[in-house]
Design a protein around this ligand. Sequence first.
Ligand code: NAP
Length: 388
Amino acid sequence: MTGQERSEEKSECVSLSPMMEAVPAPPQSERVCVFGTGDLGRSLGLRLLQAGYGVVFGSRRPHSSSSLLPHGAQVLGHAAASQSAHLIFIAVQREHYDFLVPLANQLKGKVLVDLSNNLKKNQYPEANAEYLQSLVPGAEVVKGFNTLSAWSLQNGPSDANRQVCPIVSLIMLSLCYLPGVLASFLQLYRGTKYRRFPNWLDRWMLCRKQLGLLSLGFAFLHVLYTLIIPIRYSVMFWVTEHTVSLIRENRTTMFDTTTAWHDDSYLSLGILGFGLYVLLGITSLPSVINALSWREFSFVQSKLGHLTLLLCTAHTYLYGWNRFLSSSTYKWYTPPGYMLCLVLPSVVLLLKLLLITPCVDRTITRIRQGWERGADQRNPKDSQPLIP
Ligand code: NAP
C-alpha cells in the first residue's frame, strides 16, 4: 500500500457506533472487504468479525454509514477499501454493478464474491457472476453465499429444540382449545345452543383430537432434545472450556440465586406441563375414553387441558424471562419465535379467563342447560333446529 493510499484510508476511516450485539475484538489477522453496507453486507460483516477476520466496508457514503454496522469494522470509500483486502464480497444489487467499472484497475487480481440474486428467473441474458466478470476482467469472480439470508446470518443457526418443536407444540395446543372458546362466545352472543355453528368451526372442533396428539408429539420431541443437551459435543466443549479457563485464571464465579430460581421454576413448569400433556394424550385413547364417565372426561380434557396450556405458556414466558425487556433480543426490530408463539396461547387463556368469570360462566352454564335468551317472546317456529 502506498503512503498516499494509507493517508487516504486514514482520512476516510470512520469510527462506528456500537451495534446491538457486542462483538469480541477480532484478532485482525486477515482482512476482508465487503462492498455495500445494506442488509446482507452488515450481516455478513458481523459474522466475519465474529469469526476473527478484520472487516473493511466499502461504501458510497463512508461518513454517513448506518449506525447498525458491526462494532469493530472500518468503513472506507470503495477504492480505499478494495486496497485493504484481497477478498471482496460484493453485497450490492446487480443493477448497480457499474460502479465497479472505474475500480477495474484496483480490483485486478482480487477475488470478488458475487452474492447477488435476481428477482426473477432468466431476468438477464447472462448470470450475475458472468456480468460481474465482464465488468472487471482482471479480477477472479466466484459465486457464493447468495443462498444465505441476511436474517439467518444475523440470528445464527436454528436450533430445532429451541425454535421448532416447542413453538409448534404450543401453537397446536392453543389451536386445540381456541375453537371451544370461540364456540362459547358464539353461544353467548346468540343466547342459545340450539343453532348450528358455522361449518368451519364445526370442522375445526372435530380436528381437536388430531391437533392435540400432534402437539403432544412435538412436545415429546422437545423433551427428548432437552434431555440430550448435556451429551451434545458443543455443550460439553463449552462447559469444559469454561471450567478450564476459570482454573487457569484462578477465578471463581458466584452462585446466582436468581438464576437458580429462574431455571428451577422454568424446568418445573415444563415438567408439570408435559406430565399433564401425557395425561391428555392417554385420556384420548378410545379404550380409556370408554372407561371414563362424561364428567371425568370433560374434567381432564377441558379443565386439565387449559391448565396444561397455562403451564406450557408460563414455561415459555419464563424462558423469555428478562429478555423481553432487552433490546438486543429484538434483532431487526422483530421479536424472536418464542415470543411470537406466546401470542396465540395468551389470547386463548385470556378469553378462557373471561368465560370463567362468575357472571359469564353462569350465563354459559344456563345456555348449555337449554336456556334460550328471549325464548318467552319468540315464536318457537323461528328457531333454527340443530338437526333439520
Ligand atoms: P440492500 O440492503 O439494498 O443494500 C445494498 C447496498 O448496496 C446498499 O446498502 C448500498 O451500500 C449499496 N448500493 C446501493 N446502490 C448502490 C449504487 N448505485 N452503487 C454502489 N453501491 C450501491 O441490499 P441487500 O439485501 O444487502 O442485498 C445485497 C445483495 O445481496 C443483492 O444482490 C441481493 O440479491 C443479495 N442477497 C441478499 C440477501 C438478503 O437476505 N438480503 C440474501 C442473499 C443475497 P452503501 O450505501 O454503503 O454504498
